[in-house]
Design a protein around this ligand. Structure first.
Ligand code: PBG
Length: 323
């Protein structure tokens, strides 16, 4: 076994060409999904204050935006809808002329090859801001399931390529799979937010999506941050129910969970670099305290190194330009 001075690990770091040759992890534009927020109305393109560079779009503004996204060779967008009207059961989530349904049609008629993934969750659509139906101040798992299935189906009927349930109700993947199959959509994949933690890093998103719970918090359905074995049970359950791609969310404070899930399951794995992670980087860069390009590339490389195949990130367009 060679030791110093025969062994010199610095030999392979001397030039960029050598470093490229022995690089263990890299990522590609094709690994990235770009999340977008759609609002009702016309001619709206409004920046979200806690997420500089990210906007609310009305459906008529989407064609120009997604042409740019597709032109950058990004393979997919993830859509979140902010409806005009909210009610107890989130009924605008599953209307055929709902805001996301309109957005899907606008995108598909412009760039049909761009994958449209839709977030399936009621929190943006309910008056109380919770991800499910509320009975006696409790989030009712089983009464929520048929509504999630209805929502997923209406997205697929409007042209969505992949549905992504993010509500954390038990059994949602099963009912969505059954509903899609019954309607002849057995070819549509489910990307399940399998291990989604009750995280403080979602705060800017809740401003963007107007989805802050009006009472209590999400800790009775989203996962408790200290747990990792439980994440494996969540993933196991979702794969058994028919998930095609699984997700760990957030990404940065949960790199160990990504690694563990990657090593345990042979299923494509996504990680969500969430709004709070984005906002922290943006804020520091605006102050001139960090170099945005270097920090973002290092961060996304770390998420890949932890084992993610796919990264959902608000930095996607910037990264596509840098690569
Ligand atoms: C909906 C949902 C949330 C996010 C994605 N889907 C917010 C939440 O659960 O409160 C967060 C995304 C982000 O922070 O970027 N349930």
């Amino acid at each position: 076994m060679a030791v110093f001075p025969q062994l010199r690990l610095r030999r392979l770091r001397r030039t960029e060409a050598l470093r490229v040759l022995v690089r263990e992890n890299r990522f590609d534009v094709g690994d990235l999904i770009y999340p977008m927020f759609v609002v009702e109305g016309k001619s709206i393109k409004q920046e979200i204050s806690s997420m500089p560079g990210i906007f609310h779009y009305s459906p008529d503004q989407l064609p120009a935006e997604v042409e740019e996204v597709a032109g950058l060779k990004l393979p997919a967008v993830l859509l979140f809808g902010i409806p005009q009207n909210k009610d107890e059961t989130g009924s605008s989530a599953y209307q055929s002329d709902g805001v996301v349904q309109k957005a899907i049609r606008a995108i598909k008629s412009t760039v049909p090859e761009l994958l449209v993934i839709t977030d399936v969750c009621l929190c943006e659509y309910t008056s109380h801001g919770h991800c499910g139906i509320v009975s006696n101040d409790v989030i009712d798992n089983d009464r929520t399931l048929p509504l999630l299935a209805k929502m997923a189906l209406s997205h697929v009927e409007a042209g969505a390529d992949i549905v992504a349930p993010s509500d954390m109700m038990d059994g949602r993947v099963k009912v969505i799979r059954e509903t899609l199959d019954k309607k002849g959509y057995e070819h549509i994949p489910i990307l399940s937010y399998a291990a989604k933690y009750a995280s403080a890093f979602y705060e800017p998103f809740r401003e963007a999506a107007e989805s802050t719970p009006q009472f209590g918090d999400r800790r009775s359905y989203q996962m408790d941050p200290p747990n990792v074995r439980e994440a494996l049970r969540e993933v196991d359950q979702d794969i058994a129910e028919g998930a095609d791609i699984i997700m760990v969310k957030p990404a940065l404070a949960y790199l160990d969970v990504i690694r563990k899930v990657h090593d345990t399951f042979n299923c494509p794995l996504a990680a969500y670099n969430v709004s709070g992670e984005y906002a922290m980087v943006k804020a520091a860069c605006q102050q001139g305290w960090l170099d945005e390009r270097q920090v973002v590339l290092e961060t996304l490389t770390a998420i890949k190194r932890a084992g993610a195949d796919i990264i959902l990130t608000y930095h996607a367009k910037d990264v596509a330009q840098w690569l």
